[in-house]
Design a protein around this ligand. Structure first.
Ligand code: PRX
Length: 541
């Protein structure tokens, strides 16, 4: 039994705070918060414990019940961490929403989950109010930046926290208790809510220690936003369950600022993403010369393929090795990584962690030979495995066959057991590590009068891995003028998120579909890339 789990208590909020305090870390810095303006505030594990206790009590006062679903909808900021941990202590399910989400993206997720409450900022309230009439289960909104409750069902975080007790005893939480909810985009249908259980902490803890190679003296920085699985599994749960000090930075990408942060805060392990590393690679090598990065032992990366050039650049310019790791929202934690101390094959995702069995299977479920492309599958039953797609058990079940979970990725294994990413086996677009559903973008485009139909695809991009391209068929007499191009891009940015906004909008007469009316995205992709579209015998006339 893992020493993390004392007397059967699997509660993530408890393990990341109260358990750390009981283990003697009460006064250790858990989080150094560095704001966008570079003000630093330190929070000890004791502070984290007290603030999350208050938040758990606050949820009680508002009549929230264990098992209800509550969301954070905030940019990276301390309140988000307190709310997340407090919600879990309360045994309420905590979903996290990317602060860039527009109304459609919010409505899909909040209505599907029947969310009971949200914590957010004043400036986002307008968006929520517009969709609130369509969310009968949404009882309240908490705002982090108002001093007093302002109107019915809109509460001040400060007022609620001031009134809440800092004492809280977390009820015994068995391993299967639902914990964290992340929506993930598929190629068909609405986003699916992947629900996790408190037991996920076991794998998040062990992989932070063994794969990211973080130890208790480290100063660790995870750049991922808490709206995504990396931001919760490795920006909250893994490191704090190990009693590690984390730096969290509220600013945006800036190469010099980031290097200064590593230098000043003496960061030792950094977990980031290929797009960020490629952006850094585009800067002049001289930018890096003045910085002392000697504290940093290594960098790990996740979310998209890590190109060998980036790894070579990391060693040459930063003097650091970069370790690629693979996982998914559904897997809850890293399953196939490279890690310090084991030989790397540039371009490979690495080898499966000991806890799992990974396999490359053909569509009929048989094992394929080495160096042969197939479905990347994981033997069911790893400790951070998701427990369902909420309200969509059928979809969940469809991801499993003969005891294997089908990840939706294609890959191959080489003679020495290294796994190599090939691509997705569906139409989901991976742009800068974020999955975008072509279906969601196409649905949002239908809201524009000028558009009759559309087809959305991802095409290779040097920086973003893939970029979003939109083909549109326009109403008679309408042409794609710059105003309409901008309107389309802004519409997607506002309704879904800036990440889903198309890089190019291309007008065509008719969207290619097969005889049953399904958009033939592979044909659009081939057209864009100037390639042969292959077999188009199923295309409607
Ligand atoms: O296609 C794979 C890609 O990102 C997908 C998972 O995306 P998401 O659920 O949003 O989680 C992202 C954060 C873990 C995977 O199915 N992906 C993830 N890591 C890698 C990767 N593709 C190639 N190499 C990776 N290291």
């Amino acid at each position: 039994m893992n020493e993390l789990i004392v007397a059967g208590q699997y509660n993530i909020g408890h393990i990341c705070t109260t358990h750390q305090c009981k283990s003697g870390l009460k006064d250790k810095t858990a989080m150094r918060w560095v704001s966008a303006h570079h003000e630093r505030t330190d929070y000890t594990f004791g502070d984290l414990d007290a603030a999350s206790n208050r938040f758990a009590n606050l949820l009680d006062t508002l009549g929230v019940l264990p098992g209800d679903i509550f969301f954070t909808f905030l940019p990276k900021m301390p309140e988000q961490f307190f709310a997340f941990l407090g919600t879990l202590k309360h045994r309420t399910i905590c979903g996290t929403l990317f602060s860039n989400f527009g109304e459609d993206a919010l409505l899909d997720r909040l209505s599907d989950s029947k969310a009971t409450g949200i914590i957010t900022k004043k400036s986002f309230l307008r968006k929520i109010k517009r969709i609130w009439p369509q969310l009968p289960e949404l009882r309240f909104v908490i705002l982090v930046d108002i001093d007093e409750h302002s109107e019915e069902n809109v509460y001040s975080y400060k007022q609620l926290m001031d009134a809440a007790s800092a004492e809280w005893t977390t009820a015994l939480t068995p391993p299967e208790t639902p914990s964290v909810l992340h929506y993930t985009s598929g190629s068909t249908g609405k986003p699916k809510g992947a629900l996790h259980a408190h037991r996920s902490v076991l794998l998040q803890n062990s992989t932070t220690r063994d794969v990211l190679a973080v130890n208790s003296n480290d100063i660790y920085w995870c750049t991922a936003d808490q709206g995504w699985v990396t931001g919760t599994s490795y920006g909250i749960i893994g490191p704090w369950s190990l009693g590690v000090t984390q730096v969290h930075f509220g600013g945006v990408y800036d190469a010099s600022v980031w290097m200064d942060l590593i230098q000043t805060e003496r960061i030792t392990v950094w977990y980031t993403a290929p797009t960020a590393l490629r952006m850094l690679m585009r800067e002049s090598p001289e930018l890096y010369a003045p910085f002392d990065l000697s504290s940093l032992r290594h960098i790990s990366s996740v979310g998209e393929p890590l190109n060998p050039e980036v790894m070579v650049w990391g060693e040459k310019i930063l003097g650091k090795k970069i370790y690629d790791t693979w996982f998914q929202t559904e897997t809850g934690g890293i399953l196939i990584p490279n890690r310090p101390g084991t030989p790397i094959r540039h371009g490979s995702m690495g080898k499966p962690i000991d806890e799992i069995e990974a396999a490359i299977l053909s569509d009929d479920g048989s094992q394929v030979g080495v160096n042969t492309h197939g479905n990347l599958c994981i033997k069911s039953g790893w400790s951070s495995m998701f427990i369902t797609y909420i309200n969509n058990q059928e979809k969940y079940d469809s991801r499993f066959r003969d005891g294997y979970y089908y990840t939706g990725d294609t890959a191959y294994r080489d003679d020495d057991g290294y796994f190599w990413f090939v691509g997705r086996s569906d139409d989901v677009i991976n742009t800068s590590g974020h999955l975008v559903s072509p279906f969601e973008v196409e649905s949002a485009l239908l809201e524009l009068d000028e558009i009759v139909e559309s087809g959305v695809v991802g095409v290779p991009d040097d920086l973003l891995f893939e970029k979003v391209i939109t083909y549109v068929a326009l109403r008679d007499g309408i042409t794609i003028a710059p105003e309409l191009d901008l309107k389309i891009k802004l519409h997607i940015s506002n309704r879904l998120s800036s990440i889903a906004a198309p890089h190019e909008v291309i007008a065509i007469e008719k969207i290619p579909k097969n005889k049953s009316g399904k958009i033939m995205r592979r044909v659009l992709k081939a057209w864009y890339l100037g390639l042969d579209a292959g077999d188009i015998s199923t295309m409607e006339d």
